[in-house]
Design a protein around this ligand. Structure first.
Ligand code: F0G
Length: 458
């Protein structure tokens, strides 16, 4: 008999989690204004809000923390981190920042100005925020196939090369760089192929433009290239990473994802002029260039995390768990963005809660139902997150309305996935009876999903 798959690690330390009752959850969620971000974490049983900063560090990472060098300038921890970044990406320059959006802030402060256009594949909300707040345009050039959740293709995060070329031809001088997000979080944790990265680079060279990777989940992207793209099966993850980054001039990194640390990030590049410019902003916003908002111990843990998580076994353990949850949902017929993503399953709420009108936010309603059902916290990636159109102030209903179940790295077991799938099945079984959603009571102008106050429609 062929042996089944099992994780490439065992558990040395645990953290208790507590179940609660439906009555308690009803009270807590009401107090939280039906907003998952306003819940106390201790009131959550299984927390799938995000995979960012929520991973479990390894014994080697904890050990490297003890060796952290807390010198203000020139700490060995900084060089450990920088050398690891160079080993994996080939980029010579690395500037630490306290997290991913800080790297965006530092770099975009130098590169993005009013009237600019930054084409890319489904910019993450902070990336978009840092572009739009500088009165520039984040132009989405993702392939159209990404919008069809039931279509199964291997690289659904790809950039549409035709759309990109049209943008380059049209906006020319107004484009400071092309940004490619690997994996594509907003489209469902979907990967970008090496061929696509290569084609983007060829176009960029043709138009004399620079390419930036938003690399939060670059190692997961490399795993998909190895397992799905022809010619990469026999290459190591580190070799694939090195090749991916030959198609970029620089990267912003949220180390809270694929470096498996609880806090941290960096900007890295091969361009001295980008580094020299960013370094000045880094000192103003983040701290001196050899710590930039991080401790020595955190930079050590980051270096070790990067090393470990660019190994196949670790990535396989992680991504197979996401796939496992996807397969459970398949058993129950619950629709989600196919195929399963690298870090999360994105349930297609509009296809589940068919009687909840879009004006009543089906994905948020599904998030509420899931919490009430079993104390599981997911995150709406849908109409609330999309914010209002800056000009018309109308809700934007043109995208997808998804419930993201993001799986922290090395934290939960497949049993937790079983509970999650069963809870969703219970909701799916009574979907015909769910006819009412929520309405907004109070909302912020930008990034409203973090603080929005909602009311259930009776
Ligand atoms: N880029 C991508 C693709 C991301 O997913 C995130 C964060 C960032 C940049 C910003 O990094 O949080 O360290 O400042 N994503 C988290 C999530 C918050 O839940 O998907 P950060």
């Amino acid at each position: 008999m062929e042996l089944p798959f099992a994780e490439s690690w065992k558990i040395k330390m645990i953290e208790p989690i507590r179940k609660n009752t439906r009555k308690e959850r009803e009270q807590w969620l009401k107090e939280a204004g039906y907003n998952m971000f306003q819940l106390k974490a201790e009131h959550v049983y299984i927390d799938l809000l995000t995979d960012s900063g929520t991973g479990a560090m390894s014994d080697r990472q904890w050990a490297s923390m003890m060796l952290g060098d807390e010198s203000y300038a020139g700490a060995t921890s900084y060089y450990n981190m920088k050398d690891m970044v160079t080993r994996i990406t080939g980029f010579e320059y690395a500037l630490p920042t306290h997290q991913g959006r800080a790297a965006e802030n530092v770099l975009f402060s130098c590169l993005v100005k009013e009237g600019d256009v930054c084409p890319g594949n489904s910019h993450f909300d902070t990336t978009k925020g840092h572009i739009e707040s500088r009165k520039a345009l984040a132009l989405d050039c993702t392939i159209d196939e990404a919008k069809d959740t039931q279509l199964e293709i291997p690289f659904k995060g790809n950039v549409d090369i035709k759309k990109l070329e049209a943008a380059l031809a049209r906006y020319g001088e107004r484009i400071p760089f092309i940004i490619v997000t690997i994996t594509n979080n907003t489209a469902g944790g979907q990967p970008v192929s090496m061929q696509n990265l290569r084609n983007v680079k060829i176009l960029a060279d043709k138009y004399d433009k620079k390419v930036l990777f938003d690399s939060a989940r670059f190692a997961e992207n490399a795993y998909f290239i190895k397992t799905r793209e022809e010619g990469y099966r026999d290459k190591s993850i580190k070799e694939i990473c090195m090749e991916m980054f030959t198609h970029a001039d620089g990267m912003t990194m949220s180390a809270k994802k694929d470096a498996i640390v609880n806090m941290g990030g960096f900007f890295a590049t091969r361009l001295k002029e980008w580094y020299d410019a960013a370094k000045v902003k880094g000192i103003v916003y983040e701290g001196f260039i050899t710590y930039g908002g991080m401790n020595g111990r955190d930079m050590n843990a980051l270096a070790t995390g990067l090393d470990e998580n660019t190994e196949f076994d670790n990535l396989e353990s992680r991504i197979k768990q996401v796939e496992y949850l996807g397969k459970k949902l398949d058993e129950y017929g619950i629709p989600y963005q196919r195929p399963a993503g690298g870090h999360a399953i994105f349930v297609d709420a509009a296809k589940v809660l068919i009687h909840v009108p879009k004006e009543q936010f089906p994905a948020q309603t599904l998030a509420i139902e899931l919490y009430l059902e079993a104390g599981i916290r997911g995150c709406e990636i849908g109409y609330i997150l999309a914010d209002r159109d800056p000009v018309t102030r109308q809700n934007r209903f043109d995208g997808l309305d998804l419930l993201r179940l993001a799986i922290p790295r090395r934290v939960y077991t497949d049993n937790h996935m079983n509970v999650t799938a069963a809870a969703l099945k219970n909701i799916y079984d009574r979907r015909e009876d769910i006819t009412k959603g929520v309405k907004i009571i109070r909302e912020a102008e930008l990034l409203r999903h973090f603080t929005v106050e909602l009311k259930r429609i009776e």
